[in-house]
Design a protein around this ligand. Structure first.
Ligand SMILES: Nc1ncnc2c1ncn2[C@@H]1O[C@H](COP(=O)(O)OP(=O)(O)OP(=O)(O)O)[C@@H](O)[C@H]1O
Ligand SMILES: [Mg+2]
Length: 281
């Protein structure tokens, strides 16, 4: 199957009349690393809640693994698609960290040693094993976020979605998270993150989806992040690497680099005299 998620003309209006999604369409290829970007209030979190059946389409269609998500299969889709909420206080609620991480796989029918092994592995992955007996409400925000991530990892989902995962993680926690995500991705898991961090999106993603005002503004590869018109319309900013090379028009580059690795390659080429005012020679 080419696309693991397909959304067609999705509309969603909250009870107070707020039209959060206004005919949004997008596709997510199986095995992709997707960064979902867009300004505050664009509809990212509302959209992500549709991917695992917590929100159901009011109009239009959400298709996951070839099946339209409806009330009847919402439980199934929740096992296939794991969602880490933007706010861990919406997700972490059990009386101990261990119980919290065990909640999802327990609901999937796991118990005994199998369940314990799954929980331990997930807690170790996020570096929270020493906190297993603590009540989650005594943890720091970043620690709660780690527990919320462990709870989703423990379910072994086919698609993992993280809504703004890095905002409260320390630099090491962020690196650890991306190691975990790389491992999952190399095992075939599709990974989707909603983020405002354009540098992270440029370095990590292989597909960029930008939404604004409840509609898809653009979807494609990371070159979108260096596209002036898209960046302006999406109220984003260029990745830092791109900003630096935009200040060097005398290099005559046909397009600006977006990642540190690309920039290093270019600087090496400049050092060797392989870049002139007419670009690469
Ligand atoms: N429970 C709710 N009731 C009413 N309106 C809501 C509710 N949740 C979100 N909204 C509104 O829906 C729109 C989309 O919100 P959403 O949280 O999906 O945006 P977002 O792209 O995730 O923003 P952010 O970048 O701030 O996380 C906003 O206008 C928001 O005010
Ligand atoms: Mg949000």
């Amino acid at each position: 199957m080419a696309n693991i998620i397909e959304v067609e003309d999705l509309r969603y209006t909250y009870r107070d009349g707020t039209e959060a999604l206004k005919g949004l369409s997008l596709t997510i290829p199986q095995g992709a690393k997707v960064a979902l970007l867009g300004p505050n209030g664009a509809g990212k979190s509302t959209l992500l809640l549709h991917f695992n059946g917590l929100n159901l389409a009011q109009e239009g269609m959400v298709n996951v693994l070839g099946q339209e998500v409806r009330e009847e299969n919402a439980r199934w889709v929740r096992g296939e698609v794991g969602l880490v909420f933007q706010d861990p206080d919406d997700q972490v609620f059990s009386s101990t960290v261990w119980e919290d991480v065990a909640f999802g796989p327990g609901n999937q029918g796991l118990h005994g040693e199998e369940l314990a092994a799954r929980v331990e592995k997930a807690l170790e992955a996020v570096g929270m094993e020493a906190f297993r007996d603590k009540p989650p409400h005594h943890l720091s925000y970043g620690q709660k976020k780690r527990v919320a991530i462990a709870g989703v990892l423990a379910m072994n989902p086919r698609v993992i979605i993280l809504d703004e995962p890095v905002a409260y993680l320390d630099p090491k926690g962020k690196d650890t998270l991306f190691e975990i995500l790389s491992n999952l991705h190399s095992q075939g898991t599709t990974v989707i993150i909603a983020t405002h961090d354009v540098d992270l999106a440029a370095e990590w993603a292989d597909r960029i989806i930008i939404i604004k005002g409840g509609q898809t503004l653009a979807q494609g590869d990371t070159s979108l992040l260096a596209d002036q018109q898209v960046v302006r319309e999406a109220e984003l900013r260029f990745p830092v690497v791109t900003q630096i090379f935009r200040l060097l028009p005398e290099l005559g580059l046909p397009h600006q680099p977006r990642t540190i690795a690309e920039a290093v390659g270019l600087i090496r080429a400049i050092g060797k005299g392989e870049v002139t005012g007419q670009g690469l020679v």
